[in-house]
Design a protein around this ligand. Structure first.
Ligand code: XIL
Length: 360
């Protein structure tokens, strides 16, 4: 379990009692049993993926694990890798300076253990979902560097070491579009070396974890993916521990770039692995049958891209379980229906397309 490193600088809150962890674990087991034969039909996605050496995963939210039986069953049955949709972001893990709250993340970890799932870590360094004390702290470079290292040490080292197979160490370092680094607290205070420093700190914290830079809008060849390529090349040249590129893949229906495989192959040729980290395909609501079929083709082609990359692609994670829990409607009003299961957690054509792409 977790030991406070220094009682003077850290106090830890453990809101999760052993009891609630057990309850979640038991619910997880029930979910597995209920799913035998699979509620969604066919061989589970994660088993199909494993035949190709791929981790097929989903973003997960511990609050829904407790409330929603269908959600729980699909997550346990279909997916072999979990990414915390929100609860491993900085505002949840270190809401006050030096005060860590791992309760929600631990609920997820328990569920993953019970169901024999792996976990991707999301995320250590980002410009969003930071606590106010950090975002508004106006720290100088030395202090911010210390804060960054302590967070990475505590989270990736002390708490999660050995439980996270891959970390999104850096999330969204580039501007929304174009090829320039995003001005944010880290870049503004530490300069571009914050990226290498965070990767080195994460490597020291958990030497076995695969370390990623995760980004959106780099699926096809464009100024942003070119800039990512330059950044990755230069980090590798400097011997910085970078192992993979997370390609978020938040798509609009019909919008999978034709050159996705070719674009990602150049990263593979640098010796990096690729993970599709946050796949969803949104549709202007209400979604028509034709759009759902196009969406299925989109899911199929993203999975095929991963397969085409061979050993260089580590897996595909979808960003949520069903349309009822997707982030899309609240972030992109008018759009939705982005996931392989619908509002009632029934499988959609996109689910079948993923199965088929994986040989199911
Ligand atoms: C999103 C979550 O899905 C939402 O629930 C939250 O309100 C905002 O963040 N890129 C990322 C993810 O790296 O962390 C984001 O997740 C989606 C975009």
């Amino acid at each position: 379990m977790v030991k406070p490193r220094s009682p003077r600088t850290h106090s830890f809150r453990f809101l999760a009692t052993a009891g609630s962890a057990l309850l979640i674990a038991a619910l997880g087991l029930l979910a597995v049993r209920a799913a035998a034969g699979t509620a969604a039909g066919g061989v589970p996605l994660h088993e199909l993926g494993a035949e190709h050496g791929l981790h097929i995963g989903a973003a997960a939210n511990p609050a829904l694990l407790e409330d929603n039986r269908d959600y729980r069953a699909i997550l346990a049955e279909q997916y072999g890798s979990l990414t915390a949709e929100n609860v491993m972001k900085w505002d949840t893990l270190q809401p006050e300076r030096g005060v860590y709250d791992f309760s929600a993340a631990d609920t997820l970890r328990e569920f993953a253990r019970t169901n024999d799932q792996r976990m991707r870590g999301h995320t250590l360094i980002w410009h969003n979902q930071n606590p106010e004390w950090l975002a508004e702290g106006d720290f100088g470079p030395q202090e911010l560097r210390t804060i960054m290292r302590e967070h990475i040490d505590t989270v990736a080292g002390e708490h999660f070491k050995g439980d996270i197979y891959a970390w999104d160490v850096i999330n969204e370092p580039f501007r929304d579009s174009g090829g320039r680094l995003r001005p944010n607290l880290w870049l503004d205070t530490l300069g571009r070396s914050y990226i290498a420093e965070a990767l080195k700190a994460a490597h020291a914290a958990d030497p076995d974890a695969r370390l990623y830079i995760n980004e959106f809008g780099i699926e096809g060849r464009n100024a942003k993916s070119d800039a990512m390529y330059e950044l990755a090349s230069s980090l590798l040249d400097q011997g910085v521990p970078l192992h993979g590129i997370g390609v978020q893949s938040h798509m609009e229906v019909g919008g999978v770039p034709e050159d996705m495989t070719e674009n990602l192959r150049r990263f593979a040729e640098l010796g990096l692995e690729i993970t599709i980290t946050e796949l969803d395909v949104s549709i202007e609501m209400p979604a028509s049958g034709a759009e759902l079929r196009t969406q299925a083709a989109d899911y199929r082609s993203v999975v095929e891209t991963c397969l085409d990359l061979g050993d260089s692609c580590a897996g595909v994670t979808v960003w949520g379980v069903g349309d009822a829990d997707s982030w899309i409607p609240s972030w992109f009003p008018g759009r939705g229906a982005a996931l392989p299961f619908d509002e009632d957690y029934a499988p959609k054509p996109a689910f079948g397309a993923m199965q088929e792409a994986l040989g199911g």
